[in-house]
Design a protein around this ligand. Structure first.
Ligand code: CP3
Length: 344
């Protein structure tokens, strides 16, 4: 079975390849020398906005490793940018945006119209990729969740604990909802664009969901993801990633998403016992092990694969993004142990 077919089957809970599909994790580029050498010539934003470069960066990991699918090279921040908030990265790390969204006037100034036109470069990148990947590999698109994007947009970049966002959400729920609604409007158009340009599944990153207190989880975050799941084409599987507890994963599944990206702090076997069998689970090796050695990675990978053996709805992945210090030999061991699982 080819990568694209294995991925699609696992998303339907019907995989019978004897092993799960595997794809490379978010922010995957930084540990690869070929990515770093392109970055000496072009800025991150330039690469994201240039379809030939963005598709090249997407394909780089596939040339080294026998992965089953690729995630497009882009960033969740293209949505705030398309709405009027440009971004860069701080030299010492972290995101820096031009403005901060701090008032209703700022929300009104954001533009959520014609998103597909303003992000047409993403569509072009996906069309190139779909053609290159054919049936051999699956293709994943992605976006940030409305809550996670609001965190960056309000703070104007990375901020520990996103205090201004937390205060706004608590004190002025009405205007805060207006912002989430506007972001959701933009995301609906963006998801449709990606679906039309050939992705096999879309992952929504709710990276900062853990900041939402239990009593606000639905109104601040999941309600909007629920709207995105319901408004996206029925044929497009949606994977929701959140750094959350098992109890929360059950609530996330109420959005009707097809799959959940499980953080490495949650035991995947236990998650499988507690969650519906037709919900695909993706994950969840700890990213730290990619900084150890090939033997340790092989052992950890085989333990996880044995735990999930014969589960037709498992996608192999890390429990969060791969780190810049990940070793290539560890990535090689992860991919090889997965694709050879059960065959020796
Ligand atoms: O695997 C891939 O490369 C796919 C593309 C991808 C990127 N970002 C490229 C990227 C994906 C899926 C993302 C998602 C993303 N971006 C998220 C959600 C995932 C998560 O980690 O929870 C978030 C929160 C962002 C925003 C963002 N972009 C952050 C926090 C950072 C790190 C900033 C820093 O200074 O460390 C980025 C940068 C980024 N996005 C890089 C890549 C390859 C690294 C850029 C570089 O240093 O070259």
């Amino acid at each position: 079975m080819k990568g694209r077919a294995i991925l699609k089957a696992a998303l339907k809970g019907e995989n019978n390849a004897g092993r799960p599909p595997i794809w490379v994790m978010r922010q995957a580029g930084r540990y690869l020398p070929e990515y770093r050498s392109l970055k000496e010539k072009y800025s991150f934003v330039e690469m994201v906005r240039t379809p030939d470069l963005a598709s090249e960066v997407t394909l780089q990991p596939l040339r080294r490793f026998s992965l089953d699918a690729a995630i497009m090279f882009s960033d969740i921040l293209v949505i705030p940018e398309a709405m009027g908030q440009e971004y860069t990265f701080r030299p010492a790390g972290g995101i820096e945006m031009k403005q901060k969204i701090r008032s209703e006037a700022c929300i009104n100034a954001l533009n959520s119209d014609d998103i597909a036109e303003r992000l047409s470069y993403v569509g072009e990148t996906l069309k190139i990729l779909r053609k290159e990947l054919g049936e051999d590999y699956g293709l994943l698109g992605f976006c940030g969740s409305p809550w996670t994007l609001a965190c960056y947009m309000i703070e104007g970049g990375s901020a520990h604990g996103f205090p201004t966002t937390m205060e706004w959400a608590q004190k002025s729920p009405k205007s805060f909802s207006a912002l989430l609604e506007k972001i959701t409007d933009a995301l609906e158009q963006y998801i449709l664009l990606q679906a039309e340009c050939g992705i096999d599944a879309l992952q929504i990153f709710d990276s900062w969901q853990a900041l939402c207190p239990d009593q606000n989880l639905w109104n601040w975050s999941l309600k909007w993801i629920d709207r995105l799941v319901k408004s996206s084409p029925d044929t497009l599987p949606i994977i929701v990633y959140a750094n959350s507890s098992l109890a929360r994963l059950k609530i996330i599944s109420q959005t009707g998403c097809n799959a959940i990206g499980v953080h490495h702090h949650v035991d995947l076997k236990e998650a499988r016992r507690e969650l519906p069998g037709n919900l695909t689970l993706q994950g969840n090796l700890a990213p730290e092990i990619m900084e150890t050695d090939a033997i340790s990675v092989k052992n950890e990978t085989e333990t996880l694969l044995t735990d999930m053996k014969d589960d037709p709805a498992h996608i192999m992945n890390l429990g969060h993004g791969i780190r810049p210090n990940a070793k290539i030999e560890c990535m090689q061991a992860l991919v090889d142990s997965t694709i050879n699982f059960g065959s020796s």
